[in-house]
Ligand binder design. Structure first.
Ligand code: SAM
Length: 543
């Protein structure tokens, strides 16, 4: 069942059910097919649940994954502290692995092989690794990967390919796992691609580590799809060879021939000054994904990224005319992907693309918002706050990751106050009982943070004294827009679900507006103007 959000024309879809409930409806909701625009889906949730519940057998042409692993950790420490991790690290879900209940359940599931999901080689391998590695972070990571890659293999078409992005920290263990899943069941290992780059730190105690590893496996050794790729190979001395039957070319560097693409790829990382940069720490370059997608899929094929981060795979798949499915466990990633697709320079197709994207797992009623707020899972702590802040600001705010006990700010957004100066909006979310004191405290936090406006988002209905305290903070007159705003806005989660959004123009929007339409009506949707601005050819970033 779909419900159009009238205010923005965006479709919101049924929330992905709580993973602990097994009796949920399994079929994804239907969406209207928009001609010439691939119908694609962003799932918000744990990829194991999404893969098992929504991704049918033999439906995916290509899957690329770039799962998190704490590569910056000292290798010796990972291997030698097996089973002795610092329990305090367990709270950081993103990149740290510890042996916990999830790992234990996965281990039991693989060894028991009740549904016959796993090959006998996989079962024996995990059993053997447990004897060597013991129950620690490394084995927890390998179990997590085994469960997920098993589902990915199931979902691949017989012609399908799988790319796993990792590095030297665990690549040797992962290759064993992948062999047991693919090669043991009629598939094959095709390549270990070394993605070489220059950026990052170096050490004088060992050779500089300047490559990642990408394994390429196929589901069927006989039927797989591979589009032959070529690259330039410069002649020695950059001079022509004049070999018989060999076609030679010349560019500004010198003479070259075209050869089959090799398995080491020199592609720059997304650097600080790169136009692609979105600020997502593990963002991969689009060129890397272009090669993968072009080699292992055709136009119209379905590309899956089950750890899609800020959506590099998705953006490239979209640009190359593939259908795509993205899954990520954090709302920040989902929000960034929407922002990324929307903000593509010259992306006139965005309104059509937006209509065609299925969003799954995003709260669309108060019960699912409450369920998100109450999640105890360490891996998704704070997801409710992130969803509320990013949705209310239309994906424009920055999440305050450093929030401490005494610092109540969950998100920060900026807007243009004058043509030359910006101002700050702070956002705070409460999922429990709220009182007038919360608003009084927010007034204090606002002053401390030097913010001009504050937004208080609450799951519970605000009381009359809370509203009075907020009114008491007064109003702010936005000279450029010629209208005033309450200095403290109280917004309920129900209102966000109903489509209410922060109605203040962000940096990009207001500068565009100031240039082009000083006389537009105050009633015009400022968010729609933002979209026009993005479609005019500017980058979407505005903060
Ligand atoms: C290394 S990043 C991927 C970066 C991505 N390749 C890009 O270019 O932006 C890994 C992502 O996996 C997500 N993730 C971690 N565990 C997950 C899970 N169990 N299910 C879905 N996503 C997960 C994280 O939130 C993170 O965004």
């Amino acid at each position: 069942m779909t419900q159009p959000d009238a205010a923005r024309g965006r479709f919101w879809f049924d929330v992905t059910p709580d993973v602990s409930k097994s009796d949920q409806k399994l079929d994804p909701p239907e969406v209207p097919q928009v001609s010439d625009v691939p119908v694609s889906t962003l799932f918000y949730g744990d990829n194991l649940d999404v893969l098992r519940k929504y991704i049918k057998d033999e439906t995916i042409d290509l899957c690329y994954i770039d799962p998190p692993f704490n590569s910056n950790k000292n290798y010796n420490r990972i291997y030698n502290r097996i089973g002795k991790e610092d329990a305090a690290q367990a709270q950081a879900f993103v990149d740290t692995w510890t042996w916990n209940g999830l790992a234990d359940a996965g281990y039991v599931e693989i060894l028991g092989n009740a549904d016959g999901r796993f090959s006998s080689q996989t079962v024996e391998l995990i059993k053997g690794l447990q004897a060597v590695l013991k129950k620690g972070g490394l084995l927890a990571y390998l179990i997590s990967m085994t469960l997920r890659v098993t589902e990915i293999r199931r979902a691949l078409k017989p012609t399908g390919s799988f790319y796993l992005h990792c590095d030297q920290t665990a690549s040797h263990y992962l290759k064993l796992v992948l062999d047991s899943i693919f090669v043991a069941q009629g598939g094959d290992f095709l390549n270990e691609i070394d993605w070489c780059y220059k950026s990052g730190g170096a050490s004088k105690r060992h050779f500089s580590r300047k490559h990642d590893v990408i394994f390429l496996y196929v589901k069927s050794a006989e039927q797989y799809k591979f589009n032959y790729q070529q690259e330039k190979s410069y002649n020695r001395g950059m001079k022509p060879y004049h070999f018989k039957g060999v076609e030679e070319f010349k560019d500004e560097i010198g003479w070259y021939t075209m050869v089959g693409m090799k398995d080491y790829w020199n592609i720059d990382m997304v650097g600080r000054t790169s136009a692609e940069r979105l600020g997502y720490p593990t963002q991969k370059p689009e060129k890397l994904l272009e090669r993968i997608i072009e080699a292992s899929s055709d136009k119209g094929d379905v590309v899956l990224d089950a750890y899609c981060g800020c959506g590099t795979t998705i953006a490239v798949a979209q640009r190359l005319g593939r259908e795509w499915i993205g899954i990520d466990i954090t709302y920040q990633a989902i929000s960034l992907i929407l922002h990324r697709l929307e903000g593509k320079p010259g992306n006139l197709a965005w309104p059509e693309i937006e209509k065609s994207i299925k969003l799954n797992g995003i709260p669309r009623d108060i019960e699912s918002a409450q369920a998100l707020a109450l999640k105890k899972d360490d891996r998704v702590r704070k997801e409710f706050e992130k969803w509320a802040v990013l949705t209310y600001t239309n994906n424009r705010a920055v999440i305050n990751e450093k929030k401490g006990a005494d610092r109540g700010i969950d998100g920060i957004a900026y807007f243009m106050a004058t043509r030359d100066d910006n101002a700050k909006v702070v956002l705070q979310i409460k999922s429990g009982h709220v009182t007038r004191g919360d608003i009084a405290k927010l007034r204090g936090d606002m002053t401390r943070e030097g913010a001009t406006l504050a937004v208080f988002i609450t799951l519970e209905e605000p009381t009359a004294p809370m509203k009075a305290e907020a009114k008491d903070a007064g109003s702010y007159v936005h000279a450029l827009m010629g209208r005033s705003y309450d200095v403290i806005q109280i917004v309920t989660v129900q209102e966000i679900l109903d489509g209410r959004r922060l109605e203040i123009p962000m940096t990009l929007e207001v500068s565009k507006r100031a240039k082009t339409s000083a006389s537009k009506s105050k009633q015009t949707s400022l968010l729609d103007e933002g979209r026009e601005a993005a479609n005019d050819g500017d980058e979407g970033g505005d903060d």
